[in-house]
Design a protein. Structure first.
Length: 62
């Protein structure tokens, strides 16, 4: 589980927060994220994320 959000954060470096789920997905795609990372991001709730910790918490709950 911990590995999942560490992997996700690699592809979210440089994203401007706050960011919506859609913005996070787009950023990860632009960074070349693999399908597994994109799938994890698709599972998080539709909301605005104020930073990487919030994204990590959402990913860990999926």
């Amino acid at each position: 589980m911990a590995q999942d959000f560490i992997e996700v954060q690699k592809y979210l470096s440089g994203v401007d927060y706050p960011a919506s789920k859609e913005q996070l997905l787009e950023h990860a795609k632009e960074k070349g994220a693999p399908k597994e990372v994109l799938d994890d991001l698709k599972k998080i709730p539709e909301e605005e994320y104020d930073g990487p910790n919030r994204v990590s918490k959402a990913v860990s709950k999926t």
